[in-house]
Design a protein around this ligand. Structure first.
Ligand code: DAH
Length: 360
């Protein structure tokens, strides 16, 4: 029983050290010194083996009791210190919500092109179109030939093409794609109908004025499935335009046209009027040409190994910047690419505007 007083002293010392510890770090140090591998209590427990068996049992029970009570005290102190430290931290990190915001904070804004592209894509994806992609550097075969625009076809001249000197690994002649229509070819060659895709992307033509820039963007659409008609085409496009321009009663008409890759081909016009030189969408006083479309030409389907007797469908394509210019009243296309921050502040959108196309 000679060990009794020293155990009591030991307990008192440790307890008072725990109680007096003033931070979690200090308490953690004490924990390691007591319960850790080299800790004092651990040392006592280890030395049990050296005692004669009759002393070992009693001493063992005492030490275990001691460990339990010290652990309890340690945990209580740890909780109390943690709470106190959190309170101090919260008091120090107080935010004064009555302060007025800094007036000189500058916020970025979304480019009107980005907003338009997101909205158009979102509307079409919501209708059930998947997004497909193709490369900016395209083979002449995909950009022209497979789309039923052979070498000496007059339509090739309309495209102001950037021809590349290099060929691809298979020796094919390359161009910067002049439209997103080659994604139709890539999709038709690789997927089986039913096919319902849109291909948003960059396009290039060697041209520059108020309504043309060498780099611009288009969205292509393709729906191939048994039983698809021009009525579905008109329905889809009318829905897309009404949603995009946020005008549920926008008047949409189809006018016969010509594209080598569609037959019959049409252009879609939207109803509008002019007031003091300003364009106002709606009504049917005047018409504005907005996009090209048609039923996919039999030759295009055959070029891609699709049987035109079994499957047919429609395609459409439009310029994204043109849509944005009409919607936001932007007069000159070249400004889209000048990178003038004042222009972007004026025509741009706060991030919260994004993806707003479907809420109406
Ligand atoms: N690729 C045409 C262009 O760039 C636009 C177009 C017209 C695409 C009719 C189509 C379509 O898919 O059917 O001018």
């Amino acid at each position: 029983m000679s060990a009794q007083p020293s155990l009591e002293t030991f307990q008192k010392e440790i307890l008072s050290a725990f109680e007096n510890s003033s931070s979690l770090t200090e308490l953690e140090d004490l924990r390691v010194k007591t319960f850790g591998k080299q800790g004092s209590l651990t040392g006592m427990l280890k030395s049990l083996g050296t005692l004669p068996p009759e002393e070992r049992k009693e001493r063992g029970q005492e030490l275990n009791k001691l460990r339990q009570s010290l652990t309890q005290v340690f945990e209580n102190r740890r909780d109390a210190l943690a709470e106190a430290e959190m309170k101090t931290k919260l008091a120090q990190e107080n935010v004064d919500i009555t302060l007025t915001p800094q007036p000189d904070l500058t916020h970025g804004s979304l480019h009107p092109f980005t907003e338009a592209m997101w909205e158009l894509t979102q509307i079409l994806v919501h209708m059930g179109f998947d997004v497909a992609e193709g490369p900016d550097v395209e083979t002449q075969e995909n950009n022209f030939d497979a789309l039923n625009i052979p070498a000496h076809h007059p339509a090739r001249q309309d495209h102001d093409t950037f021809y590349l000197e290099d060929t691809d690994a298979e020796g094919q002649n390359l161009v910067l794609r002049t439209h997103t229509s080659p994604v139709q070819i890539r999709t038709l060659k690789n997927a089986k109908p039913p096919i319902r895709i849109i291909a948003p992307g960059r396009t290039y033509r060697c041209d520059s004025d108020a309504t043309h820039t060498p780099n611009f963007h288009q969205v292509e659409g393709l729906w191939i499935e048994e039983g698809i008609t021009m009525a579905h085409l008109k329905g889809c496009l009318a829905e897309m335009l009404r949603k995009f321009f946020k005008k549920p009663d926008l008047v949409v008409r189809m006018r016969p046209s010509y594209f080598p890759f569609t037959e019959p081909s049409a252009e879609i016009d939207i109803g509008c009027r002019w007031e003091n030189g300003q364009l106002i969408l709606g009504g049917s006083e005047d018409w504005l040409e907005i996009l090209g479309c048609g039923m996919v030409h039999r030759c295009v389907l055959e070029n891609c190994g699709v049987d035109p007797k079994k499957h047919q469908g429609f395609a459409f394509g439009f310029g994204v910047e043109r849509m944005a210019m009409l919607k936001y009243g932007i007069p000159d296309l070249r400004a889209f690419y000048e990178g003038n921050p004042l222009w972007t502040q004026h025509y741009g959108f706060g991030a919260s505007h994004a993806f707003s196309a479907l809420d109406q």
